[in-house]
Design a protein around this ligand. Structure first.
Ligand code: AMP
Ligand code: ZN
Length: 118
């Protein structure tokens, strides 16, 4: 737990979130300002600032968790596809300094050709 990290507080259930899925090490929850219906964030419950900071035990499971959440979102929102975005570092638009992947369900004709976050 890092002081004043909002995602640590969400992981510890000190701040409520709309939980999509969780296990001992990861939490998926709804983005508070979704850019499409179903926009979800996937975090390790343990605090790491950025992707290169992840310890091996977490990083080796992260992609499997992303795949699992993507499948959940495709089914739940009847999506055709999805975007995965990770803003790594301030210059790349990272605002919350607790590593997180964005998963954004997409549908044919939703009129967004690309995505810009941050
Ligand atoms: P980033 O620019 O990649 O750091 O994105 C941070 C994301 O966290 C943004 O999409 C915010 O809408 C989202 N966010 C910030 N606070 C919360 C919160 N309390 N619950 C859910 N999502 C949040
Ligand atoms: Zn944190």
């Amino acid at each position: 737990m890092t002081n004043d990290c909002i995602f640590c507080k969400i992981a510890n259930k000190e701040i409520p979130s709309e939980i999509v899925w969780e296990n001992d090490n990861f939490l998926a929850f709804a983005d508070i300002k979704p850019i499409e219906e179903g926009h979800t964030l996937v975090i390790p419950k343990k605090h790491f600032d950025t992707l290169p900071d992840l310890e091996e035990e977490i990083s080796k499971d992260y992609l499997d968790v992303i795949k699992k959440i993507a499948k959940i979102l495709i089914d739940k929102y009847n999506a055709d596809g999805f975007n995965i975005v990770l803003n790594n570092g301030k210059s790349a638009g990272q605002i919350v300094n607790h590593v997180h992947f964005h998963i954004i369900p997409r549908k044919e004709g939703d009129n967004k050709k690309g995505l810009t976050l941050g």
